[in-house]
Ligand binder design. Sequence first.
Ligand code: NBP
Length: 472
Amino acid sequence: MSKAHFGLIGLGVMGENLVLNAERNGFSSVVYNRTYSKTQAFLEGRGAGKSITGASDLKDFVSKLERPRRILMMVKAGSATDAVIDQISKYLEKGDLLIDGGNSEFRDTERRVAQLESKSFGYIGMGVSGGAKGAFEGPSMMPGGTKASYDAIESLVSKMAAQVEDGPCVAYIGPGGSGHFVKTVHNGIEYGIEQILSEAYDVMKRIGGLNGNQIADVMSHWNRTEELSSYLVEITEVCLRARDPEDDSDLVEKIMDKAGQKGTGLWTVISALELGASVPTIYASLNARVMSSLKVQRVKAESIIKAPALSSFDLGCAQDGMAPLMDAVVLATIASYAQGMELLRSASDEYKYNLNLPSIAQIWKGGCIIRSQLLKRIQNAYEADPHLQNLLIDSWFAEQVNSRLHNLANIVSGAAQRGIPLPCLSSSLDYINSYRSGRLPQNLVQAMRDCFGSHTYERIDQEGSFHTEWLE
Ligand code: NBP
């Protein structure tokens, strides 16, 4: 019997769809899952009649693969991934390739790349985005590791990936854990945009008095604009139109307002803090989820702390796509991408990843959760100026900021006067205002630090380090 081209470990939501994708693209496959009954169910179900066989143990799995073996692990990140590596290593031979497609922490991947490559196996840490549907139809993939290992899987992943007008949504990212780092930042941006759209919904519902279908109409309008056309706006419309089969009301209104936060959003913020990169929009989205989990406390506080007095402000009209609110959403979305891209640049410098920012924007244009038309502009901006320090000062993005900033300010201040929290929109406004402020009040912070701790300060008019005896 001829050997299979591709092996997959972990028949969960993602693994099942990815192996069907590989098989459809001409790669005969063999699958293994810790719980064998799942393998059997898959082979009798979605995997039936396809060039996919199963294995009940890892020795048999490895023996069914052509060499060099290309094996994708889609298991839970963390100790499960280490366990699988540990169990399979004894059956691998020189040149075989293990790919971790889970959401692993990038430092774990750094460690595993070094460990596996030292045994002459290839190891790729590959971020995969697109959910179950993307995994089946074509995801966006972010592989990192050695270039030689990437070259060995390129024919496979470039066929499996989503395809956009300028190629597949996969490219070599860089060494070590860079692929998983880029996926982590992708997820951080995703957190930001999800929260921004949720805040816009809240404003339209609580200030504009719109119902789910009316808000969905605005989302539909936004999804037809260059600035906001995206997968996340598209699915927001879908969610808002869904009816509760019980009483035909807006289903979204029946959902508990508590969101969890998995590793990647938190890791993005931790990495940003470690690297000294500014990501307030992304941090605000993470914190909004933390606040949402305090449901019992919030319900109690609502009856104790009253909202400020009402004041009116211009939200725009639904037929016009709520133009002022759209301005606010466009800028917060841009801020989210800008922060993510700057975090990637910092990591690239610090960890010597040599990241290609236009290529990463290209990979994200299809298949993944944050795909959007804006990514074409982002790709253009970094292609035009590889040393661009921040998206906000690229000419097209600067024009967006200059023409829309007043409305972001109006929406944030108007909502604040009604006691409606807009963590991501207000953080984005602060981010943009801070970034465009030639002088910030950190001169006073420096004075205080020198006053109590003799930390010294620099002057704007003289070179050197200065100290003042402030309390004398
Ligand atoms: P699921 O939760 O659907 O499946 C997890 C898989 O991991 C199952 O096959 C399970 O085997 C296996 N597994 C576990 Br749990 N512990 C194991 C162990 N100690 N040894 C061997 N196998 C073990 O996950 P999923 O949603 O398909 O996600 C897989 C990976 O992809 C995760 O890292 C996830 O973060 C990442 N990811 C998910 C998405 C998404 O949209 N869901 C998107 C992108 C990336 P069992 O059947 O025996 O329990």
